[in-house]
Design a protein around this ligand. Structure first.
Ligand SMILES: C[S@@+](CC[C@H](N)C(=O)[O-])C[C@H]1O[C@@H](n2cnc3c(N)ncnc32)[C@H](O)[C@@H]1O
Length: 273
C-alpha cells in the first residue's frame, strides 16, 4: 500500500520527473545508475509515473546527467575526505546513499520545507547526512553549514527554475561561504530552454522555467569570476551513448561531431572555485 506525502506545489512536484527517470532506469535490463532506492520510493508512494510521459530519451538524459554529477562528487570526495557536500534542490534524490559517502563527509540535501518533510518520510537517515529546509534563493540557510572545509556542490535539475539574478545571488552566497571547492550542475542553452518549454516530456515543468539559457559555459565565469570551468560534459560525447538503442545512438553519434549541436542537448558543467 502507498504512503501519502504532503501536497507539493507545481515547482516541488518537478522532483517526480527526475525521480521517476531514475526509478524507470532501475527497471531496465542495463541501468545507467541502478538507483534501487529511487525505484523503491516510487513504489512506496505508488506514484502514477505514466502521467509524466517519460520516454527513453528523457530517461537516458536524466540518468546520465545524474551519473556524471555522481562521478564529479565521488572524485572530489576521494581527494577531500573531509569535504562538505551539498545537493541543492535535492528533491527525493538519494545521492549520498547512492555514493555511500563516508562518515568523514557531511552531506546536506537542500530543498523547500515540504520536500524536506517528504524526504524524512521515504528516505532512511544516514549518519552525517542532513536536510536543510530552505529556499536557496533566500539568505541565511547556509549559516549552520561548516565553512572551513572544501565543498562539493551539486544542483541536478534546479538551474532551470532560477532566474539569472537568483542564480548569481546563490553563487555569491556559496562562494563567500566556502574556502574552496567544486560545483557541478546541468545547464541549458537558449535553444534547450525553448525546447524544455515545448517538448511533450517536460510539459509538467514548462511554465516554471525562469532560467534564460546560456550558450557558452565561459559565460558563467563572467557571472562570478571565482568560478573556473573544469569541464563541459556534453552527453552526446559520453561513453554511455554506445549502449543507447540504435536510432538514438546514431542520432547522438552524429550530434557529437558538432559542439554547437551537442550543446542543444544535455550539458553538465563542472567548475572549481
Ligand atoms: C527537477 S527537481 C530535481 C530534484 C532532484 N535534484 C533530482 O535530481 O531528483 C527540482 C527540485 O528543485 C527544488 N527547487 C526549485 N527551486 C528551489 C529553490 N528556490 N530552493 C530550494 N529548492 C528548490 C524543487 O523543489 C525540486 O525538488
Amino acid at each position: 500500500m502507498g504512503i501519502t506525502l504532503p501536497a507539493f506545489t507545481p515547482l516541488e512536484d518537478s522532483l517526480w520527473l527526475t525521480l521517476c527517470c531514475r526509478a524507470l532506469d532501475n527497471r531496465t535490463p542495463n541501468p545507467v545508475l541502478g538507483d534501487a532506492m529511487a525505484d523503491q520510493i516510487v513504489r512506496t508512494v505508488d506514484y502514477d509515473y505514466e502521467k509524466l510521459n517519460i520516454g527513453t530519451n528523457l530517461r537516458l538524459n536524466a540518468t546520465i546527467r545524474a551519473k556524471k554529477m555522481d562521478e564529479v562528487v565521488s572524485a572530489f570526495i576521494a581527494r577531500h575526505p573531509d569535504a562538505v557536500g551539498l545537493d541543492l534542490g535535492a528533491g527525493l534524490d538519494t545521492r549520498s546513499h547512492r555514493l555511500d559517502t563516508p562518515d568523514t563527509v557531511d552531506w546536506y540535501d537542500v530543498d523547500f520545507p515540504v520536500v524536506a518533510t517528504a524526504r524524512s518520510e521515504v528516505i532512511p537517515e544516514r549518519p552525517h547526512s542532513h536536510v536543510i529546509a530552505a529556499d536557496v534563493t533566500e539568505k541565511g540557510w547556509l549559516d549552520g553549514v561548516p565553512n572551513d572545509r572544501p565543498a562539493v556542490i551539486v544542483a541536478d535539475g534546479l538551474m532551470g527554475f532560477l532566474s539569472q539574478d537568483e542564480l548569481m545571488g546563490l553563487w555569491d552566497q556559496l562562494l563567500a561561504h566556502f574556502p574552496s571547492g567544486q560545483m557541478v550542475f546541468n545547464s541549458y542553452t537558449k535553444f534547450a530552454v525553448f525546447a524544455a518549454r515545448h517538448a511533450p516530456g517536460t510539459t509538467s515543468v514548462a511554465a516554471l522555467i525562469k532560467f534564460p539559457g546560456v550558450d557558452d559555459p565561459r559565460d558563467f565565469e563572467r557571472w562570478n569570476p571565482k568560478l573556473q570551468l573544469v569541464k563541459e560534459i556534453l552527453i552526446s560525447r559520453e561513453p554511455e551513448v554506445a549502449h543507447f538503442p540504435t536510432a538514438l545512438r546514431l542520432y547522438y553519434r552524429a550530434q557529437a561531431r558538432s559542439t554547437a549541436w551537442s550543446r542543444k542537448g544535455t550539458i553538465v558543467l563542472h567548475y572549481r572555485f
